[in-house]
Design a binder for this molecule. Sequence first.
Ligand SMILES: Cc1cc2nc3c(=O)[nH]c(=O)nc-3n(C[C@H](O)[C@H](O)[C@H](O)COP(=O)(O)OP(=O)(O)OC[C@H]3O[C@@H](n4cnc5c(N)ncnc54)[C@H](O)[C@@H]3O)c2cc1C
Length: 376
Amino acid sequence: MGERSGKSILIAGAGPTGLALALELARRGFKSRLVANAAGPTPINESRALGVNARTLTLLEPSGVSAMILANARRLTKFKISAAGKPLLTVETETFRSRYCPIQILPQGETERLLKQKLSAFGIAPEWLTEISSLSGDVAKPVVTLQHADGRTETVEPDMLVGADGAHSVVRKTFGFAFPGKAIESRFFLADYRYAQPVDTSFIELNFLNPGVLGRLPVSEDTMRYLSTVEDFETRIDHPAMVSERTWASEFHISFRHVETMSRGNVFLAGDAAHVHSPAGARGMNLGIEDACWLAFLISEGREQDYSNLRMPAVKTVIKDTRRNTTFITLKNPVLTGLRSLLLPLANRIPGFTKAFLHNVAGQDTPPPPWIPGAQ
Ligand SMILES: Cc1cc2nc3c(=O)[nH]c(=O)nc-3n(C[C@H](O)[C@H](O)[C@H](O)COP(=O)(O)OP(=O)(O)OC[C@H]3O[C@@H](n4cnc5c(N)ncnc54)[C@H](O)[C@@H]3O)c2cc1C
């Protein structure tokens, strides 16, 4: 199944978390096996995550993936906030002093393809259409039944099993990891529009509709994403050019949940399998990649039993931040939304506000990786 120290490692899931884990293990000489029930990486035009933050670029620098991301990604230079179209606040990202811009834009499907491409150089390919159909044994000795696309079943007993199998993780559920937390009331709506010509993709904009919010994020040079808490949001879009096509639309509910421990025995959880939260702050994929990089480092040091204690504080920080951001953007009370419009234009005058905001967007509010010299 894969070894350096004689231990076999099975990774359930080949999303950004599973791919990053297999790659970080491989570059350290650990060959893992990676299975996923999907047919391949996320289709580019159904990419949930768009933001790759500075912390992720730092983490993926040793594998060479960051250089590939930078060659393909779009730089964000501004965050704009307005209310009913009236500008309230602009934060310039260029003031951020770090090796990387706080956040770059690259659709999740493209990031996954770059990780997969680098992984292939180590002779590892995800086994697509391979489902974990059942799990037995216990956390000391997990037994995994795989169902292959041709109907074949296979039973494996890895020394380590990593659940990177997303929010509905079968690994988490079967091995009895609690997943406390709750869903928020607001529904979120999303639509991606492709235009007949390139559009300005250098900024993200949040427009408070009071009540509700409409966000605009770049996807690629001619495609924009609109995210809203208001069902008829598409009638409120001020399109920057002639629409060619609506390439994707979706609707979702948001929960804030995390496991209480990220490992038990020889079973480990990473990414959405261990934590879910709102997309406000663009942290989900980035946090999953960070879990993966820490787990690979700790496995290579023979310290995998430290994983949960080292990662849980980072997970709790990010959940707290995204909950605060989500509460702020989904305010309904007219007194509070009025106060928000009054105070936001003053934010740039508060010493340290811009720095703290960008530090957070860059994902640098969690402990830096000790294996990368000078990492922020
Ligand atoms: C609208 C929206 C916008 C978002 N924007 C951002 C953003 O800008 N930045 C950001 O960082 N994050 C963002 N996210 C979150 C991000 O998409 C997720 O956090 C990320 O996909 C999690 O990656 P993962 O690898 O942990 O899980 P997933 O991407 O869910 O991958 C799970 C993998 O497990 C496999 N799998 C599942 N069950 C089984 C099984 N039984 N057997 C075998 N394989 C299985 C699947 O095939 C897949 O390969 C956003 C999310 C949403 C909903």
